[in-house]
Design a protein around this ligand. Structure first.
Ligand code: DAH
Length: 326
């Protein structure tokens, strides 16, 4: 046993003088490698009797274990010293100013949507969401949009397959709402819609807000009243407003609202009308109820409010543009 202790003491001495990882690896090979000290000790066992073999191999394994531990300890020590050296010798310039974290802000489209929702919530509307991947039935058929309507063509609509598409309008929510709610209904949906178009005034994705109101005394006058109130709220009387008769397959009668820009040109901002009986009859009793609906172009309103002339700016994600809005 005393011989064993001597070996360990010597090993400890040897390893304590090792001052880098490379030398430590050489030490490891010398003692634990294939042709190293421990292997040679095992080879010597061959000549011994079975009893002695067992006795000696226990001792050798014990030494092997201790060598492994010594190496591990020395490795940790060397690595720690290395880090300590780096920290102590690195020059830190404490006079350098720190890095400021830039605080983001809401996108102008989000600001406008929130503002519009705020107004309609006060009128008793509930906010709901509707899917962007839609089937032909909810986006076109059930909304009385005939099979040869230009909106259905491939130039205008992003078709996913023969049955599904990216919704072209938030009006897709109308039928779903009528099917799950009973009147009185006051629902507002905002979200992304998709059309195959790209220029200063059009992007393939833009936002709409759809309102649906179904009750027993809804008429055209009420619809115009709500829209006038809304536009006054949104623009604070800054612009001239014009109601213009129009046509949508899902409303009868229909109207569009235009707003006059500074260049004296009218720009269309929303469509609306009395819900067409073919649409309303999906799940509503026409004898007791009537309804009106409207669809607002969010980017158009944002462009007018903030005096922006190119819709594409909203989606370029240039932080210098986005951070101007509060
Ligand atoms: N969905 C129409 C569009 O995308 C807008 C619209 C018009 C919505 C009239 C309506 C409506 O709810 O009644 O152009």
């Amino acid at each position: 046993m005393s011989g064993l202790n001597k070996i360990i003491i010597n090993l400890k001495k040897e390893i304590s003088s090792i001052n880098n990882i490379k030398k430590l690896n050489i030490f490891k090979v010398k003692y634990l490698g294939k042709k190293g000290y421990i292997s040679s000790q095992f080879l010597l066992l061959k000549k011994l009797t079975k009893q002695e073999k067992i006795k000696k191999s226990i001792i050798i394994n014990n030494v092997k274990k201790q060598i492994k531990e010594l190496i591990k300890k020395q490795k940790n020590k060397l690595e720690f010293n290395d880090i300590k050296f780096q920290v102590l010798n690195k020059k830190i310039d404490i006079s350098l100013p720190g890095r400021y974290i830039k605080i983001g802000n809401q996108h102008p489209i989000t600001i406008v949507i929130n503002d519009i929702e705020k107004f309609f919530i006060k009128l008793g509307f509930k906010i709901t969401a509707s899917q962007e991947i839609e089937d032909i039935y909810h986006n076109f058929d059930a909304l009385n949009i005939s099979e040869n309507h230009p909106a259905r063509t491939e130039q205008d609509t992003f078709w996913l397959n023969k049955k599904y598409l990216l919704r072209t309008q938030t009006s897709n929510m109308q039928i779903r709402i009528m099917k799950i709610l009973n009147p009185p209904i006051r629902i507002l949906t905002s979200g992304k819609v998709y059309r195959n178009d790209y220029d200063k005034k059009h992007t393939p994705m833009f936002h709409q807000i759809e309102g649906l109101l179904i009750d027993n005394k809804i008429n055209f006058l009420k619809l115009k009243g709500i829209l006038s109130l809304f536009l006054k709220y949104f623009f604070k009387k800054k612009f001239k407003i014009r109601f213009r008769p129009s046509y949508f397959p899902f409303t009868e009668p229909s109207l569009e609202v235009d707003i006059m820009r500074e260049n004296n040109k009218w720009i269309e901002v929303l469509g609306a009308g009395m819900v067409h009986p073919n649409v309303l009859s999906n799940n509503i009793n026409l004898l007791n109820y009537s309804g009106c609906a409207f669809g607002i172009g969010v980017e158009r309103l944002a462009m007018l409010r903030y005096n922006i002339h190119d819709i594409r700016l909203f989606f370029e994600n240039d932080i210098r543009f986005i951070k101007q809005f509060k």
